[in-house]
Design a protein around this ligand. Structure first.
Ligand SMILES: Cc1cc2nc3c(=O)[nH]c(=O)nc-3n(C[C@H](O)[C@H](O)[C@H](O)COP(=O)(O)O)c2cc1C
Length: 414
């Protein structure tokens, strides 16, 4: 099984004529990054919102629009176009496309391909809140659900038209996650290799208050931990993510508890036990301010800057690793180092008492903190594995597979 569930999957993206069409460019980019082959059909109306040139530059393929184009039919007929795909995704799905789909209309290439397909269809509706809540659209929504069409969104929020409510298209990352979930389900019909395992993951930074408006923090974005949560959930694990403050959306299928400080993070982890596996990817602050001020610290002319006295925070990785009774069977820590990465990470594994350490070089030149790529070394009792530079999602998938394999191997050894 490939580590990247999207590799070589063929996605037919149908782009409808709505403001959110610009977001499909980001979706195509992300799908391509993950190795998927993307072909696009654009409705005529969608050309008003995003250019076929932009779409074809990103898909690396021609864009299809016209049902009666002889060249299209010669190269790739409309039936073949939808049959050739592994999945059809409509984003944005306009009220108009939904109405056509619900009623079996086929009066342009997009609707004809949707009617001719024998593949799963995932749609991401996007429209004004009144269009979405209109009885006609809701009727079409119910019909499409009954027909087995999958939906992602719409989300609630501010709309381009200035109104607020449901109708915003799901973000590209959410659509991508839904596409990945679809292919995971195909790959593991009865549940993945981590089915039956409960996994606790920490992610993101912590914020340690100085006063009601200031805090000590670090540059962790949470991207790596969130990607791991998503990857293990896709392999069937019951996944609990304890997250410090991040701007990332909750990964689908994951129970998320959001916290601010290291002490809150520890309490949330303890409350989430028992777990079979703990993965501590959070960048927990080592220290907090000894006594945070109840009121905002004020600057007064002529006064010296206040000195911050720090005290040590609880060590979440060491606490979970050295726990009696409730210790997870596998505890994985992360080591963010800026020098002597392997040496420091190896020492950390022994000092904390965890089973594995994922070591990464977070010195500023690497761009790892907050970036999308990571080069990691997996340090176990048996030795060290050097993984190549990979997108954080690929690191997450590789780690998830590695954990699944570990449990298969340890079971076989029993
Ligand atoms: C500026 C503008 C924005 C629009 N945005 C949306 C939208 O977000 N969702 C929608 O369902 N229709 C929207 N429409 C209406 C569609 O473009 C229209 O229904 C069109 O016929 C849809 O064609 P298609 O479904 O073939 O893409 C918008 C129209 C205009 C002029």
């Amino acid at each position: 099984m490939s580590e990247n569930i999207l590799k070589d999957r063929r996605v037919l993206l149908i782009i409808g004529g709505g403001i959110a069409a610009y977001k499909c460019l980001e979706l195509i980019r992300r799908l391509k990054e993950r190795g998927a082959a993307v072909r696009a059909i654009m409705t005529k109306a969608s050309h008003e919102f995003v250019t076929p040139l932009s779409v074809s530059s990103l898909t690396g393929d021609k864009v299809y629009t016209d049902l009666f184009s002889l060249t299209d039919e010669a190269e790739m007929g409309h039936i073949e176009l939808s049959r050739d795909a592994d999945l059809l995704v409509v984003a944005p799905a306009t009220a108009d496309i939904m109405a056509k789909m619900a009623n079996g209309l086929a009066n342009d290439l997009a609707s004809t391909a949707l009617l001719a397909t024998d593949k799963k269809v995932l749609i991401a509706p996007a429209m004004n809140v009144r269009m979405w809540t209109h009885r006609a659209t809701q009727r079409n929504f119910e019909t499409l659900l009954a027909d087995g069409v999958d939906f992602i969104g719409p989300n609630e929020g501010d709309m381009a038209c200035g109104e607020y409510g449901p109708g915003r298209m799901a973000e590209p990352a959410e659509i991508l996650a839904a596409i990945e979930a679809h292919f995971s389900e195909l790959a593991y019909p009865g549940g993945g290799p981590l089915k039956g395992k409960r996994i606790l993951i920490t992610s993101g930074p912590t914020h340690e208050p100085i006063d009601p408006v200031r805090y000590l923090a670090n540059r962790s974005s949470g991207k790596q931990g969130y990607a791991i949560a998503q990857a293990v959930a896709r392999l069937g694990a019951e996944t609990v993510l304890v997250s410090g403050p991040t701007i990332l959306p909750d990964p689908p299928g994951v129970t998320v508890t959001r916290v601010e400080t290291a002490r809150e993070m520890l309490a949330a982890c303890e409350a989430a036990l028992p777990a079979d596996i703990a993965i501590c990817a959070a960048a927990v602050a080592d220290w907090r301010v000894a006594s945070d001020a109840e009121q905002k610290l004020k600057k007064a002319p002529g006064e010296q800057a206040p000195a911050l006295a720090l005290v040590e925070n609880p060590d979440i990785l060491a606490t979970l690793s050295q726990m009696k009774g409730k210790r997870p069977a596998l505890v994985v820590g992360f080591a963010a180092e800026t020098e002597k990465v392997i040496e420091h990470a190896t020492a950390k594994r022994q000092r904390k008492g965890c089973d594995w350490i994922v070591a990464n070089d977070v010195s500023p030149a690497t761009g790892v903190m907050g970036g999308d790529l990571n080069t990691v070394h997996l340090i176990t009792r048996e030795g060290q594995e050097d993984w190549p530079l990979l997108p954080k999602q690929a690191v997450a998938e590789r780690l998830a597979r590695r954990i699944a394999d570990h449990f298969v191997t340890s079971k076989a050894a029993e």
